[in-house]
Design a protein around this ligand. Structure first.
Ligand SMILES: [Zn+2]
Length: 261
């Protein structure tokens, strides 16, 4: 199983529109960040997590033409606003694309993009997405990859984290309950939101202190930070962080030995 970090930026990307780099060094390639999203692949299955504003760039970069499922963590704009770009993949695959999330997120997506599911002018347009409601704590398969969802407190709403074998992805999370930490027990590699790294208390994203506490409990071999804002310069982070916690970068690949627990 291979994980590709399609994007590891916060909602504004780095640089933010207008060329605002904040504390990030523009000459460092790993500071060039699109919005947070990953691709999880086995030999036969491709799973996308979140459809960001930058989805078209991500799919083109990998020349990816087939998706077996799309998981949505929550319905904030930077995680869903690329959803129209799934149309071309559905069209060329000649089948509906299965999307997965909890009821609240799927209802919000359908409220905002009803034509993706039920086009108003049926002789002009066709639907191209198929809803699959999952529970906040659920276990299901997409192709040959087992997926486990777990609930996360994002303050403004609940988000879902996703575990794939020994790897887990926790985007947009401020706090986590005991049951969710239990769901993460035994992971080897964790890609987790660290956007509030410079804050003392979490707002909608995890602080660095919180990520360190979680990593001490879960003890993954490697923890990578995602949702990196313009406050977070790659080299500065590498100097500040302990060796088992590293910043991610766009295009980073993680090879995992197994997709089963
Ligand atoms: Zn969010």
């Amino acid at each position: 199983m291979k994980i590709t970090v399609l994007g590891c930026g916060a909602s504004l990307g780095t640089p933010a529109a207008g060329g605002f780099w904040g504390k990030c060094d523009p000459s460092e390639e790993k500071n060039h960040r699109t919005r947070a999203s990953i691709l999880v692949q086995s030999k036969e299955t491709n799973i996308l997590v979140d459809a960001t504003y930058d989805l078209r760039i991500h799919l083109n970069r990998l020349a990816l033409q087939k998706l077996d499922g799309v998981l949505f963590s929550h319905a904030h704009n930077d995680h869903v606003n690329g959803i129209d770009d799934l149309r071309v993949i559905a069209y060329h695959s000649n089948k509906l694309i299965d999307i997965y999330s909890n009821q609240e997120t799927l209802d919000e997506i359908e409220r905002r993009w009803p034509y993706l599911f039920q086009p108003k002018f049926k002789d002009l347009y066709v639907e191209f997405l198929n809803r699959n409601i999952i529970q906040n704590y659920d276990r299901f398969r997409i192709g040959d990859i087992e997926v486990q969802s777990y609930e996360q407190d994002h303050t403004a709403c609940l988000s879902l984290g996703f575990r794939f074998g020994d790897f887990a992805y926790s985007v947009d999370v401020a706090k986590m309950n005991e049951k969710s930490l239990q769901s993460l027990k035994g992971i080897e590699t964790w890609l987790v939101d660290g956007a509030a790294y410079h804050r003392e208390t979490p707002m909608t994203h995890a602080t660095l202190r919180q990520v360190k506490e979680w990593a001490d409990i879960l003890k993954p071999k490697m923890t990578y930070l995602t949702v990196l804002s313009t406050h977070m310069d790659y080299k500065t982070l590498c100097e500040e962080l302990p060796p088992h916690i590293r910043p991610a970068w766009d295009g980073m690949e993680i090879e995992m030995g197994t997709n089963r627990r």
